[in-house]
Design a protein around this ligand. Structure first.
Ligand code: NAD
Length: 480
């Protein structure tokens, strides 16, 4: 692939692409074959600090850049990502495994954050008021938070980066990005694209590493860093929050999920099956928004179960670069082992297989699209599944469904299918989740606030809220 050869594989520190000091490199593999794609520089604590040196040097002038300049730059980046959508899609498929059609979807979704925040960059305002006693004037203004550390996961290699980088650019923050070690290439290619459309040196620095646990803590202790934004697992998020307390950093946490998908007794079953397919199978089930628990009213459970199982059984597995493939491999052996373990545990406790149930022999980390029924309160409904497995449980009343849905420490996405608006409102108002999809299996949209409650974290990405994560409020009292 020509484009792969053009992707930088060094560390972006200031204006330079460079090697790690210890000259270490690590291999990036294709999860469909286990074959190496290329290798990239393996940065450590020294490179992280060098990146922060550049970010903090660039911060003042970057914050002073006219909003229109930052807006135009984001728009130029959007146009360029769209123009090179096929290249980015192929790169995502190669390093992450999802089918090309889905990678194209991620490129469109990821690019939308660039367009959305190019529009938001010129709309940052403040307030002006008389104090209640009339003796002073109250002016509020917004300042960029400052140098920001961004840590992203492997499951959406482009979108998880643009969802953070675009609002930071719009707000005037400089950045150090640490992409996931499984999928660093898309982030590196995107960083090169940003430089090519005029992003000044030092505004975005990218350090790839296999040694995050060693390389990140010195950065979090450095007083020049002002914010941490993390997307990844709850366990790592919790650890990072503790480390970030030393410098009292502003924090945004986009963590794990355990989404319920409720099919009420009056649901349109066609829509519910189509919605469940999307909510479950997007990204091969490896999405924080993935429907992990399908909760179906007992009156429609058999019909829903058999139609959903038929749709899952019809999915074609294979390497994502094949246009006839619907479902790619899981990211690695560890991920597949975890899915296998959760399925075995559920089966041992009385769940039944409607379709699938096993890992595939041979190369790549494939697992059959699987539907389980008669699933109770097992590990599979408590832990984040991250695979193409749908556990179905049944309920009798809406109250019971809501109680089951909320019985998790997570609170990211949830879904409800019904045709009765007052029932829908009753359920929506009582669901303890940051996002609810009503009669639809996808909630992500650049114009909407993405984020969770409870152990799924806090902070919002996208929407009018997204830029606020990168701004702090300054109040000025003015005597007239
Ligand atoms: P992960 O927590 O293992 O890794 C996420 C990132 O953190 C990676 O870049 C990784 O290298 C880094 N990391 C790991 N240990 C670290 C440490 N000790 N110090 C600093 N950085 C460290 O998660 P993952 O497996 O890459 O991604 C899957 C998880 O991400 C799932 O739990 C999923 O739900 C979550 N996720 C959440 C959202 C959201 O918006 N809420 C979106 C996508 C993924």
């Amino acid at each position: 692939m020509d484009f792969l050869d053009t992707v930088p594989t060094g560390l972006l520190i200031g204006a330079e692409w460079r090697e790690a000091d210890a000259a270490g490199r690590f291999v990036v593999e294709d999860p469909a074959t286990g074959d190496p794609l290329t290798d990239v520089a393996d940065g450590g604590p020294a490179e992280m600090i060098a990146a922060l040196d550049e970010a903090s040097r660039a911060q003042e002038s970057w914050a002073a850049t006219a909003p229109r300049v930052r807006s135009d730059l984001l728009r130029a980046a959007y146009d360029e990502v769209v123009r090179r959508a096929d290249d980015f899609a192929l790169l995502i498929t190669l390093e992450m495994g999802k089918p090309l059609a889905e990678s194209r979807g991620e490129v469109r979704y990821g690019a939308e954050f660039l367009r959305w925040f190019s529009e938001e960059a010129v709309r940052v305002g403040g307030r002006w008021a008389r104090s209640p006693e009339g003796t002073t004037r109250l002016l509020t203004m917004k300042d960029p938070v400052g140098p920001t550390l961004m840590i992203t996961p492997w499951n959406f290699p482009l979108a998880m980066a643009t969802r953070k980088i675009a609002p930071a650019i719009a707000a005037g923050c400089t950045m150090v990005l640490k992409p996931a070690e499984q999928t660093p290439l898309t982030a590196l290619a995107f960083a090169a694209l940003l430089r090519s459309v005029g992003l000044p040196p030092g505004v975005l620095n990218v350090v790839t590493t296999t040694r995050a646990a060693e390389a990140i803590p010195p950065l979090l202790r450095d007083p020049r860093l002002r914010k941490l934004t993390f997307t990844g697992s709850t366990a790592v998020g919790r650890q990072l929050m503790a480390q970030a307390s030393a410098q009292l950093l502003r924090i945004s946490m986009e963590l794990g999920g355990n989404a319920p998908l409720l099919v009420l007794g009056d649901a349109d079953i066609d829509r519910a099956v189509a919605g469940a397919m999307l909510a479950k199978m997007r990204n091969i089930g490896q999405a924080c928004t993935a429907a992990n628990r399908i909760l179906v009213h007992e009156s429609v459970a058999d019909e829903f179960g058999s139609r959903f199982a038929a749709a899952m059984a019809a999915q074609r597995l294979g390497r994502g670069t094949d246009p006839n493939v619907d479902v790619g491999p899981l990211i690695d052996e560890r991920a597949r082992n975890k899915v296998t373990e959760l399925v075995s545990d559920a089966l041992a406790r009385g769940a039944r297989v409607l379709t699938g149930g096993s890992p595939l022999e041979g190369t790549g980390y494939f697992f059959e699209p699987t539907v389980l029924t008669d699933v109770g309160d097992h590990r599979i409904t408590r832990e984040e599944l991250f695979g193409p497995v749908a556990p179905i449980s049944t309920f009798g009343t809406d109250d019971e469904a809501i109680a089951l849905a909320n019985a998790t420490e997570y609170g990211l996405a949830s879904y409800v299918f019904s045709q009765d608006m007052s029932r829908i409102l009753n359920v929506v108002e009582r669901l303890q989740f940051g996002m609810v999809g009503v009669n639809q299996g996808v909630v992500s949209n650049a114009a909407a606030p993405f984020g969770g409650v409870k152990h799924s974290g806090f902070g919002r990405e996208g929407g009018a809220e997204g830029i606020e994560e990168y701004l702090s409020t300054k109040y000025v009292g003015i005597a007239p």
